[in-house]
Design a protein around this ligand. Structure first.
Ligand code: 5GP
Length: 122
């Protein structure tokens, strides 16, 4: 599927929609999720036009891939969850429950997060 340049995170990257920024570098932007599902819920995204982990892992440069994962760790430290533990999660495609078609890594923390999957699969 072709990347949709008008998805909400592409618009945030272009500055058309505001975000509550946590961190930014040449390849990566991190901001608080608008509907947090934990006391800490930050989204870390690559600045490049990648729909999901599928095309990111195939097309992104080594520098972009390293920057994304280094940013996730940096963000966890910046928002103060690294000592007590946290979770990184990426939804991919329909079965993964991905709603926004621009790769994003969720960073959750601030409470016991419980099991990874809570609802039985239909
Ligand atoms: P997904 O289900 O695609 O993995 O997660 C998409 C996430 O993006 C959701 O947690 C949702 O709350 C968040 N989100 C959707 N629109 C916006 C927005 O305009 N701003 C921010 N900060 N987060 C958003």
């Amino acid at each position: 599927m072709a990347y949709d340049p008008n998805n909400i995170f592409a618009r945030i990257l272009r500055g058309e929609i505001p975000c509550n920024k946590v961190y930014e570098d040449d390849h990566t932007l991190a901001f608080h999720d608008i509907h947090p599902q934990a006391p800490v819920h930050v989204l870390v995204i690559p600045k490049g036009a990648y729909e999901s982990m599928n095309d990111f892992s195939e097309r992104a440069s080594d520098a972009e891939i390293a920057a994304l994962f280094r940013a996730v760790r940096k963000v966890a430290g910046m928002v103060g969850v690294d000592a007590e533990g946290w979770r990184m999660l990426a939804n991919v495609g329909a079965n993964g429950g991905q709603e926004v078609p621009h790769l994003h890594l969720h960073v959750f923390g601030g409470r016991r997060l419980g099991p990874m999957l809570t609802k039985p699969v239909a």
